[in-house]
Design a protein around this ligand. Sequence first.
Ligand code: ATP
Length: 634
Amino acid sequence: MADAYGAGAPGAAMRGVRGQPLPTPRTLRERLGALRNLGPFLAMVWRTSPALTTASLGLRLIRAVLPVATLFIGKLIIDDIVALVQMPDRPTTLGQWLETGRLDRLGLLLAAEFAVAVAANVLGRVVSLIDSLLAERVTNASSVRLMEHAATLDLEDFEDANFQDQLERARRQTSGRMSLMALLFSQAQDLVTVASLAGGLLLYSPWLVVLLLVALLPAFLAEAHFNAQSYSLDYMRTPERRELDYVRQTAASVETAKEVKIFGLSGFLIDRYRQLAAEFYAANRRLAVRRAGWGGLFAALGSAGYYLAYAYIAWRTLTGSFSVGDLTFLSGSFLRLRALFEGLLSSLSATASQALYLNDLFSFYEMKPEILSPPDPRPFPRPIRQGFAFEDVGFRYPGAERWAVRHMSFTLDAGEVVALVGENGAGKTTLVKLIARLYDPDEGRILLDGHDLRAYDLDELRANIGVIFQDFVRYNLTAADNIAVGRIASRADRARITRAAARSQADEVIGRLAGGYDQMVGKRFRNGVELSGGEWQKIAISRAYMRDAAVLILDEPTAALDARSEFEVFRRFKELSQGRTAILISHRFSSVRMADRILVLANGQVEAAGTHDELIAQSGRYAELFELQAAGYR
Ligand SMILES: Nc1ncnc2c1ncn2[C@@H]1O[C@H](COP(=O)(O)OP(=O)(O)OP(=O)(O)O)[C@@H](O)[C@H]1O
């Protein structure tokens, strides 16, 4: 049975692999391989808005042929003017010129050139408007997808530093890659322009095109090389960058301000920031300087190619092979082509490097959770008939040497209220996380009504467990929403929220707030009021009561409650646990003794179990801890 769900070593082995950082793509093949990301990327753009994508591409296509049209009309204008200038008995005044009718063609050509210029301008503006709208929609869509995907991954992933690096890189890609879309679209546009200009150039002299390519290739290769280097640098420095962000956030945020002031940490944090930022700066500068040096050299090579071509065209004009109009058309085409090629080649290498960055986003999307529902899940038992049984359960946190719990066997009967006690690090929270399948055991198994927990639907299992952890989240939301998060589907059900609040004594807290249930709590946003630690806890506990959960678990969220409140919380907890299976974790024995049964945990194992009186009678660890606490009150 255990093997059917992959318990034991394989899980641990997979985590070992997962714990490795992804290697930096180094070889040319790997870099070019990243170009395959462009397909899914464009598909993502298309899916976001087929209409905007079509509009952008269509208008760009029209715009692409306008430069060659402009140059060609320019050539016709110049040839026309040269012919007119060479007329034997030219009129001298505008009136005479107009009478001859010889200016009509020139006038038409000028009007056409003007129309093309206006069209280019208008199209350019419309295209950038469409692009910016599309980019924003794509950014939003990919942020949503990122959050949706992150939600499917395991808690274990989130706790892994390499995963956090990857998440950070992916997060940066959702907005950072938008320039890639404009880049790809402009490339398509430029390619059409290049084809049209090169077509003209080829008709006159194919050698000019060859010369152009030879002059520009080195610059392109250098660009590609430096782009890849800067990606590697970015990639390798993700952990430092995260640390940089973390230090900046810690040095100046509402959550940390209190402690930073009291401990006088700002100098320490700022120094740390300076040091990290200086390392970044040095590495970036080295690369930028090398890039600028080589870039300048290759740009000079490109200019040499241009002037060589220019000299060649001028010579052919002098020898009568080209007209003056041809000269302007060809030199204009060459100049534009050079600029376009240069732009295209560098944007091609930019595309290749941006495609590398897309790796981060797509490889993030490819990550799969390990904690899943089985294909054919059992329905969750309502009511639970037997309860939970731990059978020789062992679990080790990823990367940890020590087992957090091991050889743990006990039962948790249906309808029973069980308290877990034990010193810090004994494994109490770990046990709760295993019940909620935030992790799966590495050894042994946990049964619910005789079936492995992994046989049940994961969402249904979690929906049936109401657990409040000691490090519950203090949401910067209204008081009502802070309770509603326990069952967000009932957010609009105010009666349910107030009932839940009454059960955890949060109603008294909320009664004192100026805005009542609609009061924003937490200090992050405008009009927010801060609550005391115990007040937050009362609100958090009511989240458990929002659920119609078969299993209720309070993992020490009561540490900040005053003695009377904790007593009251547990008294009601016991009352409200009628017919449900409940676990409470507390270091206060006055509360613990209310449980039907107490499990004493030590070193990741159940050391003893029984009622308060039975455990006291055993004179073991429980009696010792109880005495210690009782003595403190005498
Ligand atoms: N996310 C984690 N990653 C790695 N190790 C962990 C993690 N959480 C807990 N541990 C380790 O597992 C062991 C058991 O921790 P657990 O949180 O279950 O103890 P606990 O009994 O709830 O303690 P406390 O009374 O302090 O809340 C500890 O040694 C702890 O260092």
